[in-house]
Write a protein that binds this ligand. Structure first.
Ligand code: SAH
Length: 234
């Protein structure tokens, strides 16, 4: 009798938590990975488990939390967006991340893609042009305990010379051409993924590979829509 009572109390406590909005969205996240990502062909197990682990809802404003696991980008303030989960997964898989890699990301935004990458590699350097967003992302990443992410505010067009070269470069805002400094800061054997194309239109997601001799080849992967890469004096 006592144990049945206890169980009932525990069940009520659990339900009360969920009804009060204190959910960690585990079921939504698992579902997101299966339906939106694995079913669309992303196979890299480390990438899938990073997406199952990182609490995407922590990276969006309170008003967007109920929609955090939807199959779409979401507004994060300052006219910017957190990318659709599938695109984050696709970009992460394309660059073939390894535990020992050092990564440069351009366009920290909410910090979500940086967190996913931080689960997969040794260190992530990330640059955000919008100071308010950088500040918010930095607070979230700190609260979640990420110690292998270094962030700065600025124009990422010029990359981050001080920490170059990088094994991987991930650009999450769209330039109309691939910035030469980023190509220069890619290690031989490295990969860069970048949406390239006209502002406020569909862009092409491009994958660049630099071979051991420094020769760069590129291919188009998919049509995508990203916010534009802005320059400092825009
Ligand atoms: N990776 C982000 C989504 C990025 S949205 C995430 O996971 O949430 C693109 C971001 O790039 C925006 O926050 C925008 O302010 C930023 N951005 C635009 N131009 C930039 C530039 N030149 N340098 C650095 N960041 C830039």
């Amino acid at each position: 009798m006592i144990s049945r009572l206890l169980m009932l109390t525990l069940m009520c406590a659990h339900d009360a938590g969920a009804a009060g909005g204190v959910s960690n969205y585990t079921a939504e996240r698992t579902d997101m990975v299966t339906r939106q990502i694995a079913d669309r062909g992303v196979r890299n197990e480390r990438v899938l488990s990073a997406l199952r682990k990182v609490p995407r809802h922590e990276f969006v404003p309170d008003s967007e939390k109920p929609y955090a696991y939807r199959d779409s980008p979401l507004p994060i303030g300052e006219g910017q967006t957190i990318s659709q989960p599938y695109i984050v997964a696709l970009m992460s898989e394309l660059v073939r991340p390894e535990k020992s890699h050092r990564v440069l990301e351009i366009g920290t935004g909410s910090g979500y893609q940086a967190a996913i990458l931080a689960e997969l590699v040794e260190h992530v350097y990330t640059i955000e042009i919008e100071a308010d967003l950088a500040q918010r992302a930095s607070a979230v990443l700190r609260s979640l305990g990420y110690e292998n992410i270094t962030m700065r505010t600025g124009d990422g067009y010029a990359g981050w010379e001080q920490h170059a070269p990088f094994d991987i470069i991930v650009v999450t805002a769209a330039p109309d051409h691939i910035p030469q400094p980023l190509i220069d800061q890619l290690k031989p054997g490295g990969r860069m993924v970048v949406p390239v194309g006209p502002i406020h239109a569909t862009q092409e997601l491009r994958l660049l590979e630099k071979d051991a001799a420094g020769k760069v080849t590129a291919k188009n992967v998919a049509p995508v829509r990203f916010v534009p890469l802005r320059r400092r004096d825009d």
